[in-house]
Design a protein around this ligand. Sequence first.
Ligand code: ATP
Ligand code: MG
Length: 387
Amino acid sequence: MTSILVRYHEIALKKGNRPYFVELLKRNLVSAVKDLGFKEIRSLPGRLLMLFGEQADEEKIGRRIERVFGVANFSFVERTSLDLEALKSGILEALDGRRFSSFRIDAKRGDKGFPLTSPEINRKIGAAVKETTGARVDLKNAECTISIEILPRDAFFGFDKIAGPGGLPVGASGRAVSLISGGIDSPVASYRMMQRGCRLIFVHFHSAPYLDKSSQEKVRELVKLLTRHQFASRLYLVPFGEIQRQIVAAVMRPLRVVLYRRMMMRIAEAIAKKEKASALVTGESLAQVASQTLENLAVIEKAATLPILRPLVGMDKQEIIDQARRIGTFETSCIPDQDCCQLFVPRHPATKARLADVEEAESRLDLAGLIQLGVERAEREEFSFPS
Ligand code: ATP
Ligand code: MG
């Protein structure tokens, strides 16, 4: 039978909010594996134990748990009866065939009724492992760590620790609306905010029917990939072409991109209010392109009242690409598409838009009407994982 011991870091968990954090982590862990023979999850001091049925596929389960934010690391563990001899023979049998020159035992006694203390268990089991394998004890840099958990009903042991993604469980930091474009950056920005505990609602602006639907297909695929971390996602697909047409009619070429962005912020904010989200997220990175100079970022930001979170602002493109590869969104992001920002824009957009010029240009537009148009015509799609 498969069992897993999940450990989380306790740094961010000052007293009061800890039970809330642990409850969210438990809920997210269960969501991640509910279709893989999951039976039960138990809270232990500082960690969680998950139990699965007979036919559970450990590889699949491991891959799912690896993506749950809040997990520091985890181990597959075996169950034995609450008895030192049973534990000893279980461990020695499981070690058969493993090679290591140093080891340590890390016993935790969750059941204080057990007749031996943790150091005593460490010593007794350690002596048996040493005698059988010939390996030495090394408390600092052991090649093999043998974890033991003594619980009220049974005992568990396991060997390797598999790294989790760290961070905080999705939901622990509230809700935010992420502007997702189909490019490389915004999926990475989304990932980083989910890792900090944000539950995301996605908004994508497209220019169909002026441009084709390729960006929508890409964004659906990206949201699907990102949903593996938050288990349920909502995506708003906002038709932006008509809004762009009106901006183009009213505004000089160099300012168009900045005006597009400001409209995106306003519509995303209107959606955020509906969704009770308290921030916007973008994949902007300082000076990466003309629309992301300090001056332009400042002018774009003024269109929103909610805080705009830009987790990539200080990252190089190469760092962002490396992370996109690691989280599995890079290939999808590289599929060619027709992005709405290509529509009606000049080759040399303004790099230093002035707020006064932008506001003057916008005074020729029916801003409230355009926001309403975007929000009303947005199509909503739901995603879930596992689907
Ligand atoms: P990305 O790779 O995320 O597209 P980028 O480097 O291409 O970023 P821009 O095109 O300037 O940069 O976009 C900056 C940010 O604005 C994006 O990261 C995204 O958050 C938002 N954004 C841009 N276009 C769209 C869109 N069509 N729909 C939703 N958000 C968008
Ligand atoms: Mg882009």
